[in-house]
Ligand binder design. Sequence first.
Ligand code: NAG
Length: 352
Amino acid sequence: MRSEFLAYLAALAHGVAAQSGLPPTVPSNAQVTKLATLPRESWTIDQPFTEGATRDPATGDVYFVDQNSNKILKWSVSQNKLSTFMHPAGYSNGMTFDKNGKLIACADERNQLWEISTNVTKSVPWPTPANPSVGARGSGNVVLPEWTVIMDGKYNGKQLGGPNDVWAMPDNSLYFTDPYWSRRWWPSGRQNQQEVNTVYRLSPDRKTLTRALADFKTSDGKAGSPNGIIGSPDGKTLYVAAFQGPGSGGGETYAYDVGANGALSNRRLWAQFGSDGMTMDNQGNMYMTAPVSRAGVTVVSIATGRQVGFIPVPESPANLAFGGVDQSTLYITARTGFYSVKTNVKGAHLVK
Ligand SMILES: *[C@@H]1O[C@H](CO)[C@@H](O)[C@H](O)[C@H]1NC(C)=O
């Protein structure tokens, strides 16, 4: 009896250690490697802030932003090299690839969604900034990736709060989170015009914008701030993270069933963790950004919503994505840095 109890305590202690150690999906000798440190550019007053990591399904290359310098960057996995993909870039924030291989970006400068080509460029007059007192103002023409505004930044004729992160569904519809964080690249004095900050859906033909959730409350009944968003590979479940909230791991994340015409139902509190960006592996785990005080990636079992491990990162991550030719490297955007760690698994949303 007593020895059984001791064995139980030992198992419990082991469980706790396993949760706070590296997850089983990362080799025990794995190193989190810094691939790049972003410079503070002359046209910004802020430190770089890397965000929006996503991978090109055709190549495994990883795209991410430094929102503060108004750039989209590209990490080439074949050349192990970082380059500027787009600047200016509409102060893009969260991004994802859609099923047609187009890069979809939350272009925060005017609260729009953009669809960006990875392989066609055009020469355009330098784009007019929304707030003329902020940022680089080029002159003449600039060669940029070809892009289209697919959502004009308004719902019911009123300015959105600020699309933050976006997910492309198998049917080509897009879901995005719309919190409100005032930005210095917005025209000064801009107020939140929406009565709720929630989740929206853009229809598969990209013509109709609907509120996917009437509101977005955390489990204590307070208005939550929706942030990270991701769908299961079959498109049947959508996960939305509340950046802050009463969850014991910081924030909360909810799961929803995705029904006909994209209706979301059966909301459940899936995990006691929130996240900025998040990503999934093909073994049933979610990778979530831990609160700033913990600086790392919280790995959570999708089946149970419980932590199965933790990957410490030198700076506090804001987003992450599986990439690389075989999709088994986890790339992490964290403050001024861009990091990677090799894993034993692959991303859930596999390369074609
Ligand atoms: C450009 O990229 C898209 C999406 O990956 C692809 O379908 C298309 O064939 C590419 N076009 C060229 C000219 O490489």
